[in-house]
Design a protein around this ligand. Sequence first.
Ligand code: 0O2
Length: 265
Amino acid sequence: MHKPLNDLTSSMSGKTQPDSTRRDVRTEPFSHQDSPDKAEREALLLAACDPEDGSLFPDGEWVQPPLLYQHALRKLQDEIESIRQEWKSAEGFSPIEHIKTRIKEPSSILNKLERLGADADAEQMADQVHDIAGMRIVFPFVTDVYLLLERIWQSPELHILWIRDYIMEPKSNGYRSLHVLVSVPIILGGAEFRVRVEVQMRTLAMDFWASLEHILLYKYDRRVPEHLEQELASAAGAAGELDHKMLALRSEVLSLSDEDERSGK
Ligand code: 0O2
């Protein structure tokens, strides 16, 4: 068993540990809204539906490029990059390993609707699929996930709609990641409106596990034999242990450099 995050953060050196990482973010008053605003819904339907009969993804493709999500991802990436630069100049290293963005493929949207038991229509897509625009941010250390969450929380531009903390409460298969639905302001066609982007934040170890599990699930067409399921869950536990160990090592290195500073080395 690896320790819960509050224990992990409390083992960090005070240098980079904010008190805020101890806050139970899930008690914050989010809007908990999944559904898009009117303007996002309209722009989404224009991009995804046949203008004649309103059918969703008529040729299995977007009808028009989903510009609203492209703009939102660019805007959010710029915000995160500027936080990253600020951290880099303050700390001397970037606590973010890498950032990836993607717009969900039509086939993946349709699969998700099917998995949710929803009709393959535009309104269901707008209401049920909130990760059409997705950003994945990967960190070396788990505590930095929560530092960035705090920064997003403090941003006057970005609004957090909800947080699903699969780090504190991993999925039954062992999947760990922090999912945050963020509302991003954009300007499109001269109008200003808000668009939802799902941000996944995780460590390198969690990312390694999730990437391999994704490959295995596809290989087994999601019918995973029980022994493999157990092995995957155990590998997820090992990734958690690794995160814990690396954090403890960082804490030690930071205290060594603090000692060096005090003794003027
Ligand atoms: P793509 O790129 O979309 O085709 P959420 O609603 O986000 O809190 P939920 O309900 O699990 O999470 O949603 P969903 O649709 O199952 O997962 C959304 C994305 O989260 C997935 O996108 C994965 O990137 C990631 N994810 C969630 N659960 C798992 C998991 O058990 N294993 C792995 N490897 N990834 C997971 P897609 O649909 O895979 O890809």
